[in-house]
Design a protein around this ligand. Sequence first.
Ligand SMILES: [Zn+2]
Length: 303
Amino acid sequence: MQPVARPTTWQPVAVEVSLTTTDDAVRVLTGRRIVALTGAGVSTDSGIPDYRSPDSPPRNPMTYQQFVGDEAFRRHYWARNHVGWQHMHRTAPNPGHRALARLEERGILAGIITQNVDLLHQEAGARNVIDLHGRYDRVICLSCSRVVARAALAERLEALNPGFAESIGAVGDIEIAPDADAVVAETAHFRPAPCESCGGVLKPEIVYFGENVPRARVEEAYALVDSADALLVAGSSLTVMSGLRFVRRMARDGKPVVIVNRGITRGDVHATVKIDDGTSEVLAELAERLSPRPSVQVMAARH
Ligand SMILES: [Zn+2]
């Protein structure tokens, strides 16, 4: 099996999609059991930058192999994570997250598969969420597989590096996804924490570039997708296969795919409807206008 999240050579190519409005999306999605697939674009209105959007800073993602194989990369990663994590902890859901949670609550949305690690869907109240690329609040030991809370590690990192976060404010942009920027001098003296059980290397429980999404998680996501009869993609350029494969699955099965994203996506060729717009506004409007499936209405009427 090939790594599913990795740097890619895909270049955006414009594809003409004839249906492009929210009206079209409402018409296509009404009465269907929907699953959402979300990416970084959903969280930009919560202040978390989308490194893939057209006006993003250039980015050189750290690979799993670099993280595992090079102590300097790990030190640099943990230094930035130590600072950026605190920003992530303070972010809040936006209208797009809340719209999806509302659609789920009303029985219109069966669940969410997200490429984000920020947990903002759950914070907005969504319950059936598959964190495809992991979650920022957990850390795993690469030797003994022990999982610990990121919050507990924060205290240990602070004890090992007193005052570091304050001293390095200028580098402290939100940096949760792995990044292989040149190792800056300011982070060279940072001391990462080893696993408390075995002394092994700790890694955020986040899927890195060059790393596979755990198989059980992929199967769970496929099962969710197969249970639906429409896919709503929001805020993802679908550049990596980890998300694109669910779009291909729906298209293969002849089910409609609605994509809401600013800019071209790799899934546009499979899109029934493509709305080139921000996710917060469009998802909020969809939540206003979509009605529950008839069977759900009947069930509700009986109670
Ligand atoms: Zn360990």
